[in-house]
Design a binder for this molecule. Structure first.
Ligand code: SF4
Ligand code: SF4
Length: 169
């Protein structure tokens, strides 16, 4: 069983179940954690990959997590073998090593505190999953969503190819 994480699950045949770029996930994340609506402090990011192609990105909860392996102070850690990787801000020195090590850009340095920020699954009740209007975010420890993900990436790649051929962005 895979470790729990947030999955992006779209239905490319149903336009109501595709990321609409509303960025509600970014806002609700910062409201929940910081009491402000500031996307620069969000632990989930809607990333534009091409014209009309957007995907919310957050921590993959890697099995052998590069961010944990490189952290010099132990601030980035996994408290239990099956739990989410989290940050201890009291020990974080803001060196940014984890930011550089993460393959998907899921760690940022808090513009306010200077310490690392990443998804913590909101203690098991992720607010982005709860409030996403398109319902494309799911919390799961199963790999059941992999085939949906592959469909999503196929759509993204197709759009990227079209953009490359036409020069349109
Ligand atoms: S923050 Fe990045 S490197 Fe660390 S577990 Fe999440 S996806 Fe992996
Ligand atoms: S699960 Fe929580 S921390 Fe992670 S992106 Fe969603 S709201 Fe932010």
């Amino acid at each position: 069983m895979a470790k729990e994480r947030i999955w992006y699950v779209e239905d490319s045949e149903n336009m109501d179940q595709i990321c609409s770029r509303c960025r509600m996930c970014e806002l609700i994340c910062t409201f929940h954690h910081h009491g402000v609506g500031n996307p620069y402090r969000s632990r989930i990011r809607v990333v534009a990959l091409g014209k009309g192609v957007d995907i919310p990105v957050t921590c993959l909860n890697c099995e052998d997590a590069p961010c944990v392996n490189i952290c010099p102070t132990g601030a980035m850690h996994r408290p239990q073998p099956d739990s989410m990787v989290i940050v201890n801000p009291d020990v974080c020195i803001g060196c940014g090593m984890c930011v550089n090590a993460c393959p998907v850009g899921a760690v940022i340095l808090d513009p306010g505190e200077g310490t690392a920020l990443k998804c913590d699954l909101c203690n098991g009740e992720p607010q982005c999953v709860k409030y996403c209007p398109a319902e494309v975010l799911k919390l799961s420890g199963s790999s059941q969503f992999s085939k949906h993900r592959m469909k999503g990436f196929a759509r993204l790649l197709q759009a990227q190819t079209i953009n490359t051929e036409t020069g349109l962005k």
